[in-house]
Design a binder for this molecule. Structure first.
Ligand SMILES: Cc1ncc(C[n+]2csc(CCOP(=O)(O)OP(=O)(O)O)c2C)c(N)n1
Length: 685
């Protein structure tokens, strides 16, 4: 059959009940969308913000879910009201969420396009186009590990088929044979642009072949075809055949969003889509097949409309969220846990990373470790060496070179019960997948009001080393520390490398542990612990009363060397290794500053503008006791790019000599009671 024809064929006897039920359900979702639309159209709107509706596409979620098992999971497109309702969420809670009320699925934190309930089968929508696909890979990974036979269906639009994350997800799912059904709801439009203008091939399904993924194109207005195709796909996935893609052609009956007047859309196109209205065609088929008469169809639709009207008005009378709750559930409350010391061993930094990973794999069967080259080869720096050999390919494995899929799947896997520790080979490479941390991992606890957390750890490394180019040398921790919901550590030595990773693995929130490539072969004592310390603890490495040097990561050894030199010059310099930028150990910082007479020099390898020294200065000025003297200066890399030549690098990065010079200047300024020009030799261009 041509997918653009309206379905009119008769419905067989065994399908009468299903067809009747589908009419009721499609009518309910249509009424739901109609009412939601109406709530946005008043002046001022009764519900503020953008809303996207699934009018014309209702059959896909409703019939797909009918073809799946009750415990199979759903990740929806941002146009996802229909999927949320089909997945069994309480319609009042769904309406409550799109109306941003306290009774909503997410208490008004999510709104229409980012509703999530990972404690149910409805993992959630995603308002970043295509991003649900990588999370689906992680959920599927957790299902495979648990051996529970569950399947994940993730829906996207046709426009989303041009998103990088979707391609990475398909590559990842194919490589790992994950039980994911990629559902493409092809309504012919990518927001305000016809999808045909962006694709050379008419059928989305043909793209799947390039990944070795089976695919089908079906009429997404036909409930029986949709249900049966999903049932067949799920059966194959449960049999271990790997992912598949189902393209459902559907009409887009309304505009892209609630205010879309569709000035760009040809009337002929609009009419062709209206002719495929699944509510009308289903009604006609029911009448044509003698299952219901016209009056019964009309009455069924009217009854659903009345039901929705009643529940929506009830929701609109219900309270808004309590403003006081806006601050909660960004991250878990800090624990009072104490590290339990075991023994001290000397090892290199990278061996300490390896030992921490090994310890986590031994301690918790839910821990999985993956990334590019981390499995068989043991990582490009050897951090994961022999872990696959000792713990097996299911727990330590290689991935495609797909940073979006690595991080996005970790989010999904963590939501679904695993404890992923993933490696991003270079922090510079994280930039191609920032969405997964900034928009995905960081949001889940907040949006779900603390019901779901994302206990994932991302290991990466950074910094300038001789010969490394500008795309392999940046120091970018401040970018990450800026994001509420993420926890960020920077390891300065072997002991940090071990203890920060252990702390991160024990934490319920997404943690990023940044290692220092330039220090990987440095040896040092490591205090092994049975139970990890909590996240967020700084360490005073040296006490000093004339000046306090606050630093982290690669600068710690240089700052310690500088403190030695300063001692020789009669200046007592303390050193605080911050270790965590977020959460920041404010108590340690403030106490340290007080002990150092309020004279603080912050030293970091990152460039000056937007660097974390600025945050430390502000935090100290906000927190320092009244009347306490406070002078904060910084020594950083200049605001430049990082050159490969070691000669040029040396010119830019804070050296021991520069640290000594800046510290002396600050200490002497304080001693003379005056205020000299800020020692900014290394931060000026
Ligand atoms: C990564 C990203 N880019 C752009 C947008 C803006 N945007 C929202 S919806 C949309 C259109 C998506 O089209 P399609 O995938 O075909 O879904 P449909 O609207 O047809 O349901 C766009 C571009 C976004 N939300 N996320």
């Amino acid at each position: 059959m041509d997918n653009n024809d309206r379905r009119s064929d008769a419905i067989g006897g065994q399908e009468h009940d299903f067809a009747r039920e589908m009419l009721t359900r499609v009518a309910f979702v249509r009424a739901f969308e109609t009412k939601a639309w109406a709530l946005t159209q008043t002046n001022p709107p009764r519900v503020p913000g953008s809303m996207h509706f699934c009018a014309g596409q209702e059959v896909v979620p409703l019939a797909a879910v009918a073809g799946l098992r009750d415990d199979d999971q759903i990740i929806a497109t941002y146009r996802g009201h229909g999927w949320a309702l089909a997945s069994g969420l309480d319609p009042r809670a769904v309406m409550g969420e799109i109306c941003q009320r306290a009774c909503g699925v997410n208490g008004g934190r999510a709104g229409s396009a980012y509703m999530m309930a990972p404690d149910t089968r409805f993992i959630g929508e995603n308002s970043i186009v295509g991003a649900g696909t990588t999370a689906a890979c992680g959920v599927a990974l957790a299902n495979l590990t648990a051996g529970n036979g569950r399947v994940v269906a993730v829906s996207i639009g046709d426009g989303a088929m041009n998103q990088g994350s979707v391609h990475e997800a398909m590559a990842f799912a194919a490589a790992k044979s994950l039980p994911v059904i990629f559902v493409v709801e092809n309504n012919g439009w990518s927001e305000l642009t016809p999808t045909s203008a962006m694709f050379r091939n008419e059928r989305m399904a043909r793209r799947a072949g390039g990944y070795g993924i089976d695919a089908a194109t079906i009429d997404g207005t036909d409930p029986i075809a949709v249900r049966d195709t999903f049932a067949l796909a799920a059966e194959q996935l449960r049999a271990g055949k790997g992912p598949c893609l189902i393209e459902c052609t559907v009409p887009r009956l309304w505009g892209h969003y609630h205010r879309d007047i569709e000035h760009y859309r040809p009337k002929t196109d609009k009419q062709a889509h209206a002719d495929r209205d699944p509510l009308l065609s289903l009604g006609e088929r029911l009448v044509g097949s003698g299952i219901m008469d016209r009056a019964e169809v009309d009455a069924a639709i009217a009854a659903e409309t009345a039901r929705v009207e009643e529940l929506a008005e009830e929701v609109m009378r219900s309270p808004n969220p309590d403003p006081a709750t806006a601050h909660g559930h960004v991250v878990a409350l800090p624990t009072a846990r104490r590290a339990e010391p075991d023994e001290t061993r000397t090892m290199t930094y990278v061996e300490a990373v390896n030992l921490a990973l090994r310890t986590e794999l031994e301690a918790d069967p839910r821990t999985v470790i993956y990334g590019e080259d981390v499995g068989q080869a043991g990582g490009v720096f050897g951090a994961t060496r022999y872990l696959q050999r000792d713990f097996g390919e299911a727990r330590v494995f290689d991935t495609p070179i797909s940073e979006n899929a690595i991080l996005g799947s970790a989010v999904g896997a963590a939501i679904a019960g695993l404890k992923p520790i993933v490696e991003i080979m270079w922090l510079d490479f994280m930039m191609v997948a920032f969405d997964q941390l900034v928009n995905q991992a960081s949001n889940v606890r907040y949006v779900t009001g603390g019901k779901t957390s994302v206990p994932m750890v991302v290991r990466t490394q950074q910094g300038a080393t001789p010969g490394a180019c500008a795309q392999h040398s940046q120091t970018l921790e401040a970018l990450l520390a800026h994001i509420p919901g993420l926890k960020v550590a920077v390891a300065a030595n072997a002991d940090d490398a071990y203890s920060l990773l252990r702390a991160a693995a024990a934490d319920p929130d997404p943690c990023i542990v940044i290692e220092a490539r330039g220090l990987y072969q440095e040896k040092g004592p490591v205090q092994l612990v049975r139970a990890a310390e909590p996240v967020g603890l700084a360490r005073t490495l040296r006490e000093g009363s004339d000046i306090g040097l606050v630093t982290w990561g690669t600068m710690v050894p240089r700052v310690l060397a500088a403190a030695d030199e300063l001692a020789g010059l009669g200046i007592s310099a303390g050193v605080l290794n911050l270790r965590w930028l977020n959460p920041l150990d404010e108590t340690a910082l403030v106490d340290f500053a007080a002990r150092a007479g309020g004279r603080i020099l912050v030293v970091h390898e990152a460039v000056r503008t937007g660097g974390f020294a600025g945050e430390i200065a502000m935090r100290l000025s906000e927190l320092a006791a009244d009347g306490q003297p406070l002078t904060v200066r910084r020594l950083t890399t200049a605001d430049t790019r990082i050159p490969a030549s070691p000669v040029l690098q040396d010119e830019l990065l804070p050296s021991v000599a520069a640290i000594v010079s800046s510290a002396r200047s600050l200490a002497n300024t304080a001693r003379s009671g005056g205020r000299s020009k800020a020692p900014r030799a290394r931060v000026e261009t």
